[in-house]
Design a protein around this ligand. Sequence first.
Ligand code: SF4
Ligand code: MG
Length: 336
Amino acid sequence: GAPLLELEDLHVEFRTREGVARAVNGVSYTVEAGKTLAVLGESGSGKSVTAQAIMGILDTPPAFIPKGEVRFKGRNLLRMPERERRTYRGRRIAMVFQDALSALNPVFPVGDQIGEMFRVHEGLSKRAARAKAIDAMDAVRIPAARQRVGDYPHQFSGGMRQRIMIAMAIALNPEVLIADEPTTALDVTVQAQIMDLLGELQRERNMGMILITHDLGVVADVADRIAVMYAGRIVEEASVFDIYSRPAHPYTKGLLESVPRVDEKNQRLRAVEGLPPNLMRIPSGCPFHPRCPYKQEPVCTTERPPLYQIGPGTGAACHFWEDVRAESQAEFAMHK
Ligand code: SF4
Ligand code: MG
């Protein structure tokens, strides 16, 4: 069927006194019901800003959306009156953020905070909202929900607090769930548990999910497809298997090499060398060229690579994607 959510040529910029920061520069992607798209990139790559544009929380200066569409079941959310837009935000499209501790109010029991969703949006009484809050806590597998509904945020572990945030996000049965670095603040074991939970909820409820992360390691089991962002653009899009086994963009290849292998678990993460670009002065030609080991002059410094189509829904924004992919594939075969 038609995709749930479609981004087309989305641009977002921040107009500040120092200049214009071009945070998102022509992003297009689709999210289907029952599928998970992982959006991967370093901080400043535009992945969170894109999500904020989808949520409609970027409509005030200094943020501007000079171009592009965000369509939900064919309707452009960016051209919708705020009154109507509000009926989507949190209800049909919901978001989970990274920092559960600061998002929860320390002075109210968690049950009241979850229940607030039902009071505000569905006009339920306090008692009915609390009953629904218990159901919501059950839904995210918080043990002994009935006993714990009156507890305060600090009485829960970090992982349990993130479950509470997820309970709030899915309370109104959204069709699209956006999770922005949902496990970054948690330790590795808990990260895996939260990812599993998100995957289970996504399948149970047939939601379309956007999973934003800088860590390729945590999304492999949950994602169907991966879009890699750099300098506000998608530089590679492919299935999880293709991304892992034959990345076609040098940046993706670098990210993959920075994921520790099973046999070197205790080694520090090696980041992709070099610094992310200044969004007020994005490099000419290919924005990745200052960091790219495959760079060839003058083409890489003068010609901006389009997202070359490799196959259906598969593409890479590199002039030399064929060489990069062939090399990746050979290395993958060797390591297996
Ligand atoms: Fe590297 Fe050139 Fe490809 Fe850009 S276009 S990623 S600089 S090889
Ligand atoms: Mg972010």
